[in-house]
Design a protein around this ligand. Sequence first.
Ligand SMILES: NC(=O)c1ccc[n+]([C@@H]2O[C@H](COP(=O)([O-])OP(=O)(O)OC[C@H]3O[C@@H](n4cnc5c(N)ncnc54)[C@H](OP(=O)(O)O)[C@@H]3O)[C@@H](O)[C@H]2O)c1
Length: 246
Amino acid sequence: MKITIIGAGNMGLAMANGLKSAGFEVVLAGRFSGRLEALRGEFNIEIIDKNYDINDKNIILAIKPNALEWFKNIANGKANSIISVLARTSLEQIQAINAINHAICLPNIAAKDRASINPYMASGDIEMIEQILNGFGKAVKFDSKATFDAASIISGCAPAYLALVADAINSAAVRSGLNLSDAQAMTSGLFNSFATLIENRHPALIRDSICSPAGTTIEGVCKLEEAGVRTAFIEAIKASLIKQRG
Ligand SMILES: NC(=O)c1ccc[n+]([C@@H]2O[C@H](COP(=O)([O-])OP(=O)(O)OC[C@H]3O[C@@H](n4cnc5c(N)ncnc54)[C@H](OP(=O)(O)O)[C@@H]3O)[C@@H](O)[C@H]2O)c1
């Protein structure tokens, strides 16, 4: 399937790489820029000038939210699918663009490795939308704006929260005597191990299966609880959600 991604920034390029490695034919499109030109050769490139023919295309919008009006003004025809990954953008705003299928999705830049978690809302051919979203990660459907917004904080913002956790573990490992390179290798290995553990297990069960009575792990877990780590994450997600809802 051919996918046209409008916007070749961090998110657009991550999805382009993921979709390409999944076997999709990818076109990167946008206004003229050195960044887009530099990708010629790696991808098919389309420079958008005034009018842009969207007829029968499967389009992913990866421009800045404030550029949505620009795209609406230059889009001509009727697309097959329009999928927006723009933050703070509703399905109704996207449905104003002429297309058979519409979706909003909030992925993350792990799309590059086809590992993004992709919450979405859609109208039209859901199977077609899922086929595209599964090309750069895992699609998860939501039916209300409230639940979609909550899920989008986990996919879009929480990777930055976990980056803080990883950075703290790196520093702690260095404090314990590891050199930075070994600390980073251990932390990245830890996150890989944890991804496998969390796949089919409740987090409380993981904790309980590691903490032995009067053991070393429960000492650390108690320190984290004393520091309010659980409340800190709950408050962080709440703060991001309030900001997202404007
Ligand atoms: N980064 C993430 O982790 C993430 C996660 C989920 C969703 N998103 C969403 O993805 C979208 C892109 O984010 P990003 O991080 O990839 O940003 P970015 O790296 O700054 O890229 C923005 C893209 O939008 C284009 N653009 C900006 N203003 C424009 C305008 N007025 N007219 C036409 N094109 C314009 C830029 O073109 P030029 O190169 O010509 O400036 C560039 O291709 C945003 O809507 C964001 O909410 C991002």
